[in-house]
Design a protein around this ligand. Structure first.
Ligand code: LFR
Length: 480
């Protein structure tokens, strides 16, 4: 047939979904088969992912999807499950917001200085990098018993197919990959005592990942054989693949729980200045590097909305649009906002500590968050261009934040550049397109992007002058 159907499993920090992409030579349509909540659970030992519920959601989604030609899986990065010698899961995967890595990076740097670690892996400092999680877990009963480590999408693929692998784009977030060779950093692993034998062999987006097991076919009512295809299994890698850009002079912001703001490059930037600015070099499709910074993102708003008892978002955003701009801003790149809980209070405290007006209502707090995010977007895109010597003419926003028109407009204003917003389901689309390409339906990355430009609804926001006010706010934040 000319049109093929691909199921994209896309798991985010607050929800999972199974989307069906129908791809033809000049068509691309995405529909949602199933959406389910992803609710982390706090147990006495810490914050854990409910991985069995997520797998159940995946099976429900595949059943709802109906006939598909292939399945691909992407999720958030860095987290993993451990398997024992029989291939059984050892405990619930630890959530990257769990505090178990507190104090661990400092210990690691005592053995391997942060400068050397960056020069070898190009990875940003984040307390949750898999490397730090593994060092934190050293000597624990689970890690001692473990024979295998599978990153979240690879774990689900294993349960679906019985086959194990380590997908490269996601592996690049472990801090155990050398972005120049796109292979393991054997030196970093051996100096820090990490057993690379825990990891299954690397596989690349586009590689076959096995067939749905007979029991899975039976449970989902699918008729086999159904292949699982390796995609950019880090959700951000899939989302960047689906940025509908033309040429190379673009920046992107993948929005959702996080804002991942940066550039697509042909080679990593491993300079000391880049490390000091905490930019990461994660791997993308086809030899590309995702040179970006993690910004706390809409997590700040999600946590406030939760604290306020889930008011209706549309009303909150229109009220926020009426609040005067840039009264108070916080550093949305600050890891101080990583942990869940008390978010309105923490934002108020940050405003008070920096001598700015304290937001008094949900609308004011929301405005403070959106202004702060736009400012952090501007800072990241400005610095990335400078550090990578890679100028841009346009900023693409993809992901959940494209639904937030105020955030898109403020980002255009802050950056002083046009913003093109869309697609919203970028990770799922990137997932679908890599499957389609593996099956010969679309061409290379530019070809995938042309198909997106022709088929997806995009909204353009022009900057509304007045960048001086944003510069003033940036200076205020820098404390100068
Ligand atoms: C976004 C994301 C980011 C990663 C964070 C934690 O969903 O994958 O890229 O830094 O989650 O895994």
């Amino acid at each position: 047939a000319d049109v093929q159907s691909y199921a994209a499993v896309d798991l985010g920090a607050s929800s999972g979904r199974v989307m069906v992409g129908r791809v033809g030579p000049d068509s691309l349509e995405l529909t949602e088969a199933h959406r389910f909540v992803n609710r982390p659970v706090r147990v006495p030992e810490g914050l854990r992912w409910d991985i069995l519920a997520l797998y159940g959601g995946v099976l429900d989604g595949l059943r709802a999807a109906g006939r598909v030609d292939s399945v691909g899986i992407d999720s958030w990065a860095v987290d993993y499950g451990l398997l024992d010698a029989d291939g059984a899961l050892l405990g619930n995967p630890v959530h990257y917001r769990d505090p178990r890595t507190e104090g661990v990076p400092e210990k690691v740097w005592a053995t391997l200085p942060a400068e050397e670690l960056y020069a070898a892996t190009g990875l940003q400092y984040a307390p949750f990098n898999t490397l730090y999680q593994l060092v934190a877990a050293r000597g624990s009963a689970q890690l001692v018993a473990a024979e295998r480590l599978l990153l979240i999408p690879d774990l689900l693929a294993y349960w679906l197919t019985g086959e194990q692998g380590t997908e490269l784009t996601n592996a690049s977030t472990t801090q155990l990959i050398d972005p120049r060779t796109r292979d393991w950093s054997y030196d970093v692993a051996s100096r820090l005592g990490v057993d690379l034998g825990l990891f299954a062999p690397l596989r690349q987006p586009g590689d076959p990942a096995g067939l749905l097991r007979p029991e899975v076919l039976e449970e989902t009512g699918l008729r086999g054989p159904v292949p699982v295809t390796t995609v950019g299994s880090h959700d951000t890698a899939s989302a960047v693949a689906a940025v509908p850009a033309d040429g190379e002079r673009f920046a992107y912001i993948c929005t959702g729980t996080w804002s991942l703001a940066g550039l697509e490059l042909g080679a990593p930037v491993l300079s000391e200045a880049s490390r000091a600015a905490n930019f990461t070099n994660e791997l993308g499709l086809d030899g590309t590097v995702r040179y970006l910074r993690n910004i706390m993102g809409l997590w700040l708003l999600q946590e406030c909305v939760r604290a306020w008892g889930e008011p209706e978002l549309g009303g909150l955003l229109s009220a926020a649009a009426e609040v005067p701009a840039l009264r108070s801003v916080v550093d949305a790149g600050d890891a101080a906002f990583l942990a869940p809980g008390r978010m309105p209070e923490r934002i108020a405290e940050a405003c008070r500590a920096s001598g700015q007006p304290v937001p008094a209502t949900p609308a004011e707090t929301t405005r403070c968050i959106l202004d702060s995010l736009a400012l952090a977007h501007r800072k990241a895109i400005e610095e990335a261009q400078r550090l990578a010597d890679h100028p841009v003419d346009v900023v693409h926003i993809v992901g959940g934040g494209t639904r937030n028109a105020l955030l898109c407009q403020l980002t255009a204003d802050a950056c002083g550049l046009p913003v093109v917003a869309g697609p919203t389901e970028a990770a799922a689309l990137g997932n679908v397109l890599v499957q389609a390409r593996a099956h010969g339906l679309v061409g290379d990355l530019p070809g995938m992007r042309r198909l997106l430009t022709r088929t997806q609804q995009l909204t353009r926001y022009e900057p509304r002058g007045d960048t001086a006010r944003w510069t003033e706010a940036q200076t205020r934040l820098a404390g100068g």
